[in-house]
Design a protein around this ligand. Structure first.
Ligand SMILES: *Cc1c(COP(=O)(O)O)cnc(C)c1O
Length: 366
């Protein structure tokens, strides 16, 4: 299908590799890297990203089983941790050699039962502990019961033990975070004392690596950092942006004074202006909050503010002072500053701005 001249998200693999190497140099050489590619690799394309990273990282993580299936269907052989498997998907998960995070007795026992019934041998499982996020995870007091379940089975093997920090980006919460890390060390010790093998240990996400690299254990889980964002400006400046959203001008209109542009006639021309219509709207992931000059795009190196309301499939921008024509390239964002600006206007964080990029937007490698 010829899909030129549409709105495209270009994924910059050079930037991705740069970011991966940036985090590698913060870590010990032997520390494993798990690349988090959930939510379409933060709004891009998990298959394209995973294919590029498969020989460069040790693990992938996705949130849901279906996301793991997409990677297996694309031929990815790297181990894949499913962070939030659902009980009803466990058989499918096994069929696709995906590795479950087991975070409660309900799902742990369901998995053991299935492993027993289908005669799995040493199937890799991951045990998650709650150390303060209070989202998913066993409690440390569950350890004796978990150990006794594990003693009775040869069907599963604990591939890793992990936890997740609640406020790794916030140094004001340092005391809380260090407490989480200490609790995790205690939990890990119980397993190391009672198992005759040593599961991989991991607790750090991107900002965990930045702020608490000492707690890298055997592996770290990097998501947003791979896509260009650290937890402050200095770190983000060291990283390169991977997500570039571009489009083209569909049509140019000359608007007379007093005329309006867009739904609800939200923009009223004070003088004669020139507007450009761009085929990207809130259904593509551009927040409606960017309307009425709160957001902008770049056309021929100049800022063009969004006028009127963001439509589902389009925006109109003011190009009165820009030399441009129909078909010209439009940059919706191509650096972290533009993404941060969109996030700020929408009162959110780059995680949400990136993951909002919809499936309708074509994804390509740059
Ligand atoms: C999403 C997620 C990550 C990645 O976090 P970043 O801040 O994007 O690096 C790591 N671990 C878990 C459990 C997650 O859910």
């Amino acid at each position: 299908m010829n899909n030129h001249h549409v709105t495209v998200l270009e994924i910059d693999t050079k930037a991705l590799e740069h970011n991966l190497n940036y985090f590698k140099q913060k870590l010990k050489q032997e520390t494993k890297i798990l690349a988090v590619v959930k939510a379409f690799a933060y709004g891009s394309d998990s298959v394209l990203i995973a294919k590029f990273l498969e020989n460069k990282v040790d693990y992938f993580a996705v949130a849901y089983t279906t996301e793991g299936i997409a990677l297996r269907d694309a031929g990815i052989k790297t181990p894949i941790l499913v962070l939030h498997p659902q009980i009803q998907n466990l058989q499918t998960l096994i069929d696709y050699r995906l590795e479950p995070n087991l975070y409660s007795f309900k799902i742990f026992e369901a998995f053991l039962e299935l492993a027993d019934k289908t005669l799995l041998m040493n199937y890799p499982i991951h045990l998650k502990f709650n150390t303060g996020l209070n989202r998913l995870g066993f409690w440390h007091t569950d350890i004796p019961k978990i150990l006794s379940c594990l003693k009775e089975t040869k069907h599963v093997k604990v591939q890793s033990i992990f936890s997740h920090l609640a406020a790794s980006e916030d140094l004001e919460e340092q005391e809380f975070t260090i407490n989480q890390i200490n609790n995790f060390t205690y939990i890990a010790q119980q397993f190391y004392n009672h198992l005759d093998y040593k599961p991989i240990l991991h607790i750090l996400n991107t900002s965990g690596v930045i702020n608490y690299a000492k707690a890298q254990y055997n592996m770290v889980r990097i998501g947003i950092g791979l896509y260009g964002f650290g937890n402050n400006k200095e770190e983000t400046n060291q990283l390169k942006n991977t997500h570039n959203l571009t489009s083209i001008i569909s049509q140019i209109h000359l608007i007379n004074p007093g005329e309006t542009v867009g739904y609800n006639r939200a923009f009223v021309a004070a003088g004669s202006i020139k507007s450009a219509t761009i085929p990207v709207g809130h259904a593509d992931g551009l927040s409606r909050r960017l309307g009425n000059k709160k957001g902008y795009v770049i056309i021929n190196n100049k800022k063009a503010p969004i006028i009127g309301n963001v439509c589902m499939d389009m925006i109109m921008v003011d190009v009165t002072k820009i030399d441009c024509k129909e078909g010209d390239k439009v940059i919706v964002f191509n650096n972290q500053e533009m993404i941060q600006h969109i996030a700020d206007v929408a009162e959110t964080i780059p995680y949400e701005t990136l993951t909002s990029i919809s499936q309708r937007v074509k994804k390509t490698l740059k």
